[in-house]
Design a protein around this ligand. Structure first.
Ligand code: FMN
Length: 155
């Protein structure tokens, strides 16, 4: 139980992998879940903590998550957290997957309280062969880790 009011802004387009993680976090924090399309400065004003998450597509968060931040004027000083699910843990050499999201949030003056990620079932392009990559992920361990992460944010 917490008095902190949390909203999780989530876009999950491939297999609902990230939505599963968002739901585990929302259970723990008694949080609301919004799609980016539903978000504006007005709809966020009652929340103490805002989570931003999606799958990773082409090495970054979904465009709608990145774009929604650009349009918000009320993020300065807000506590936020970021999360994603992805086919790979990271790509060698290139920047980490959360980089684009984190730099936008930093640009808006938010206070980034934590980051969470795990693997998600991936049947994109070549990974469809053999029935896909990371079958059954996020699994129970992944959602338990997401809950523990969420709990740590409330402390
Ligand atoms: C169009 C597309 C592009 C993707 N690009 C990446 C990528 O760059 N790196 C990666 O690790 N996974 C990539 N993936 C895999 C997804 O990030 C992964 O399956 C994720 O769990 C999907 O989340 P969702 O079900 O919430 O949409 C891609 C998947 C799709 C459909």
């Amino acid at each position: 139980m917490t008095d902190m009011k949390t909203v999780i802004i989530c876009k999950s387009i491939h297999h609902n992998n990230t939505l599963k993680i968002a739901q585990a976090m929302a259970d723990e924090l008694e949080a609301d879940i919004f799609t980016p399309e539903k978000v504006n400065d007005n709809s966020l004003q009652d929340y103490d903590l805002i989570g931003f998450g999606s799958g990773i597509y082409g090495g970054r968060h979904h465009r709608s998550i990145l774009n929604v931040i650009e349009g918000l004027d009320s993020l300065s000083g807000k506590d936020v957290f970021v999360f994603y699910t992805s086919g790979f843990e990271r790509f060698p050499v290139v920047s980490s997957f959360e980089c684009a999201l984190v730099s936008r949030l930093e640009g808006k003056g938010t206070n980034i309280k934590g980051k969470f990620s795990c693997r998600g079932f991936d049947t994109w392009g070549p990974f469809r062969v053999g029935g896909g990559k990371n079958k059954n992920h996020p699994d129970e361990t992944d959602t338990a880790n997401a809950r523990a992460f969420a709990k740590s944010l409330a402390q």
